[in-house]
Design a protein around this ligand. Structure first.
Ligand SMILES: [Mg+2]
Length: 272
């Protein structure tokens, strides 16, 4: 075993029956797969552990995420990938809603269309905001603002302040969501990590209880803190955005810290 570091529970994974797995920083970084990650997915399959992928990506539909993974050598069914767009589309459908105004870029709109959510209803009562980049225009935000004043709900697929692009820091959806909250006096509901409902959707799909599930992620706050807030075991990996200083500063104690997802099989129940 490679120097295991346990959180305060000093436990093992013998009670774990299924996994939620973050994508960026866990299976790959940039366009490079994490060494050994593909093999781990095969081990989980062989040993009958169900899993779902939990990604906070709001620019791509799940089919296009699966395609990107395929190019890196991962063969993953789109239906195993849960994103904030998937969670939002399912939640709208469950509430009997048939339309929304989606502010987004890329092909994420396809996940809403696949769920039967119509996007050209000018009188819709739901505004959904993704990380829309250049699509955050004055006209679009004003249309959304008017819908909110007329009684629409505001759903944020993410509320990050910024992200690191190729040419430097870029504004994320958060500042625009806050602008619409400020103007309309309405609060948004956040779907996606670290909101409990997002993790619970993954747990439900696994058909397990939270305490039987572990979430593997590289973000101490949104992956580990979010999952552990629902009673899911958090496994932090030291790949991707992991920074030792950030983990030391954080009040969040992961259940287990691994060098990489490649080390996971060492902790699985032997008899399975
Ligand atoms: Mg990540």
């Amino acid at each position: 075993m490679n120097n295991p570091e346990f959180g305060e529970n000093k436990g093992s994974l013998t009670d774990i029956e299924g996994f939620l797995i973050d994508l960026d920083g866990v299976l790959y970084t940039g366009t490079q797969p994490v060494t050994g990650a593909r093999e781990v997915l095969r081990v989980l399959e062989r040993r009958g552990y169900p899993y779902r992928f939990m990604s906070n990506s709001t620019r791509r539909c799940r089919a296009s995420i699966a395609e990107k993974l395929h190019q890196m050598g991962f063969s993953i069914k789109p239906s195993l990938i849960i994103t904030p767009a998937i969670a939002a589309a399912n939640s709208l459908k469950d509430k009997g809603k048939e339309s929304c105004m989606l502010i987004s870029t890329g092909d994420v709109y396809r996940d809403f269309e696949d769920a039967g959510i119509y996007m050209r209803d000018p009188f819709t009562n739901t505004v959904v905001m993704a990380d829309a980049g250049d699509a955050f225009t004055y006209g679009t935000l004003t249309d959304a603002f008017r819908l909110l004043l007329a009684g629409a709900d505001l759903i944020a697929l993410e509320k990050d302040r910024f992200w690191m692009g190729r040419e430097g820091l870029m504004l994320s959806a958060g500042p625009y969501v806050v602008a619409l909250e400020f103007a309309s006096g309405k609060e948004s509901s956040l779907i996606g990590k670290p909101s409990p409902e997002f993790f619970l959707q993954g747990v439900r799909e696994l058909g397990l209880d939270c305490r039987q599930v572990a979430m593997i992620g590289d973000d101490i706050t949104s992956d580990i803190g979010g999952a552990q807030g629902c009673g899911i075991h958090g496994i932090l990996v030291k790949t991707g955005k992991y920074r030792k200083e950030e983990v030391q500063r954080s009040t969040i104690q992961p259940y287990l810290i691994l060098d990489s997802i490649a080390n996971l099989p060492e902790y699985l129940r032997r008899s399975r």
